[in-house]
Write a protein that binds this ligand. Structure first.
Ligand SMILES: Cc1ncc(COP(=O)(O)O)c(C=O)c1O
Length: 395
């Protein structure tokens, strides 16, 4: 029969683990692997500001119709000024091709489809990275070079990265995470970014920034600062940004792809070629989530509230991180101080696969195989248990 030869495909590293966790019959089990924010009682709560925007948007709901292929221009214009900051956005928006996408994943996919078809099939990314980067790039069958992201001290392996980049052919795209690196939490410093930017200009490499955690690291502006540096240095570049995490709009699929060109004519040409790629793929994006983001960002009351809520989440993450490291250093002989140099929702704990397996088998604690932990999954009721289990497997 037709489908007889099809074998079971590989499980997604994140969603596969979620499935395994759900099937685990133990009552006492803890999932620290998913990239979703949870509050101190383990609930995946909405931002109240975004929730309030729902009412307004519902009331203003427009006629039943499709959005344009590029999505809502109100959304991309408003969101652009958050991603790039208002002043920079005013300077660049006339030469930036902007499309609303299906979350960050959609933006990355459309961006690479475009690069692969019109610029070059060569791409470089750093390992480890968010596993879906690799899947998307492999799916398009691009020509890949990788560089190790961390050194043995779990710091960004800058020398090695510079070395790899300096040998790449012109027009290779370099995939960069703007901040709160997933899965390691380790980001480039300001001076490293300046050096990277200079080298990439000189070597004619194309920066493609992935901005997935704006506002969850240091501040809305600081987390997008790497992008600002590259814009000021005059790169032709791409930015894929998502509202999944910082607006809690995971299932609404809200994101955007920005392609910065030199002038309005180039922008129009790029846009006209993005449209058929999108049209042949999902035709056009949904409107509701994008309308929510536009509403929150344009309504000063909701925006203030949203910024406060984001700040609360950010400081909770930072506090949990320092509390976790403080207590671990008292209880364990292993050194976890490197976690304090990292930021955002995730860190790579640096555990072996055997230790990760032991946490799952003996304690019902689920981390990704690479030992990525989501700090937001820690709360008063599981903190000590998880900490003690990590100490035990590290003995
Ligand atoms: C680094 C990184 N980029 C992009 C994304 C994609 O975000 P979205 O869920 O909006 O597709 C994620 C999601 O976890 C991520 O961690």
């Amino acid at each position: 029969m037709i489908f007889d030869h099809i074998e079971k495909g590989p499980a997604d590293p994140v969603f596969g683990l979620v499935r395994e966790f759900k099937l685990d019959p133990r009552k006492d089990k803890h999932f620290l692997g998913i990239g979703v924010y949870q509050d101190e009682i383990g609930k995946k709560t909405h931002f109240t500001s975004v929730f309030a925007a729902q009412k307004i948007v519902e009331e203003q709901r427009r006629e039943a119709n499709y959005l344009p292929i590029k999505g809502s221009s109100e959304f991309t214009d408003t969101y652009g000024s958050l991603v790039f900051t208002e002043n920079i956005w005013e300077e660049i928006k006339e030469r930036t091709s902007s499309v609303q996408t299906l979350g960050g994943t959609g933006a990355i996919k459309v961006g690479f489809d475009f690069l692969n078809q019109f610029i070059s099939n060569k791409v470089c990314y750093f390992v480890p990275t968010w596993p879906n980067h690799k899947q998307i790039i492999n799916h398009i069958a691009m020509d890949v070079t990788t560089a190790p992201y961390l050194d043995s001290e779990k710091l960004v392996n800058f020398e090695k990265i510079l070395d790899v980049l300096s040998h790449l052919p012109e027009k290779t795209t370099v995939l960069l995470q703007a901040s709160c690196h997933n899965p390691t939490g380790a980001d480039f410093s300001y001076s490293q970014l300046k050096e990277l930017s200079e080298l990439m200009l000189k070597k004619k490499l194309i920066p493609f920034f992935d901005l997935a955690y704006q506002g969850l690291g240091v501040s809305l502006s600081d987390d997008a600062y790497p992008i600002q540096i590259f814009v000021k240095d005059g790169h032709d570049m791409l930015v894929a940004a998502t509202c999944s995490k910082n607006f809690g709009l995971y299932s609404q699929r809200v994101g955007a792809l920005f392609i910065l060109t030199q002038n309005d004519k180039q922008k129009e040409n790029v846009s006209s070629n993005l449209e058929p790629l999108i049209r042949a793929n999902y035709s056009n994006p949904p409107s509701f989530g994008a309308d929510l983001v536009t509403c929150v960002l344009r309504n000063s009351q909701l925006r203030n509230k949203w910024e406060q809520e984001l700040e609360q989440r950010r400081s909770r993450l930072a506090n949990l991180r320092s509390q976790f490291v403080g207590e671990l250093s008292q209880k364990s002989t292993a050194n976890f101080d490197f976690l304090l140099r990292q930021k955002g929702m995730f860190s790579y704990l640096g555990l072996t696969e055997t230790q990760v397996q032991e946490l799952k088998d003996k304690f019902g604690i689920y981390l990704l195989g690479n030992s990525r932990m989501n700090f937001a999954s820690l709360n008063k009721s599981n903190f000590e248990f998880i900490l003690d289990a990590i100490v035990k497997v590290c003995k």
